[in-house]
Design a binder for this molecule. Sequence first.
Ligand SMILES: Nc1nc(=O)c2c([nH]1)NC[C@@H]1CN(c3ccc(C(=O)N[C@@H](CCC(=O)O)C(=O)O)cc3)CN21
Ligand SMILES: CC(C)C(=O)C(=O)O
Ligand SMILES: [Mg+2]
Length: 280
Amino acid sequence: MKNTVATLAAMKRNGEKISQLTCYDYSTAKLIDAAGINMILVGDSLGMTMQGYKDTLPVTVDEMIVYGRSVVRGCKETFVVVDMPFMSYQISIEQAMQNAGRIMKETGASAVKLEGGKEVCPQIRAITAAGIPVVAHIGMTPQSVNAFGGFTVQGKGEANARRVLEDALAVQEAGAFAVTLECVPPKLSALITKKLDIITIGIGASPECDAQVLVWQDMLGISDFKPKFAKHFAEVGETMREAFRAYDGEVKSGVFPASEHTFVKSDCTEEFLASLDVEY
Ligand SMILES: Nc1nc(=O)c2c([nH]1)NC[C@@H]1CN(c3ccc(C(=O)N[C@@H](CCC(=O)O)C(=O)O)cc3)CN21
Ligand SMILES: CC(C)C(=O)C(=O)O
Ligand SMILES: [Mg+2]
């Protein structure tokens, strides 16, 4: 079944959990789509996982579009959300709409996501008014890493908890159809999930959230990144390292390629090859 804003909202109403993974390429998108994952996030975390930056700030709209359209081509049923990168929506409503429009037109995604609470509600209102579904993202918003002084848990203490709840209510009121709660403590994110009609998507949050998201390299043990929430569902990184070592060994020992990996049937006879006498 194709996932849409309507089917996802119905899942929340029926108390069914929603799965989301990040993804940045076509081959992985096909695997995620075939597994029945409801949503993909083409996250600006690609600046770290795919490009090796220390944070997400250098990522551009053009880059999000290249990765985003690759993922969309791999999805038949999964709902694709693309992150708006740092400084592509903060400057003005006009800038936010222009970039959200470009992302939708040039990737074929079904929604955009942007970080922030009350301060980005004018942008959320304008983008949704243009018919573009918006996912908000509150709590630990990685594009503010320099303001936070690190990727640290937000919503600690009563004043911060109140602010996170107010942000959640504000983005819902502004028209977001879902909100990501990143590193928001469990009781607070459970309360937000109860209070909101829109979908809450947890990462390092509560199992009570309507949806959960993880970075795909983290859940497969491929990244060197191990925050508390990054459960490994397989050790694919170790499997890859072993396969690379095996390949290296077989190339160097001459075991690979074997005759079944070569085009034996298309070959010329040895007599003919011996008769070749070509000069430059
Ligand atoms: N590979 C990857 N996975 C992610 O989940 C992810 C990214 N990259 N890049 C963008 C953001 C950054 N994120 C982060 C980064 C670090 C922590 C972290 O180290 N958290 C500490 C808690 C710190 C505290 O106690 O305040 C932890 O121990 O989990 C969490 C989320 C989540 N996102
Ligand atoms: C970690 C998730 C929520 C994200 O925003 C990203 O992958 O960029
Ligand atoms: Mg992001």
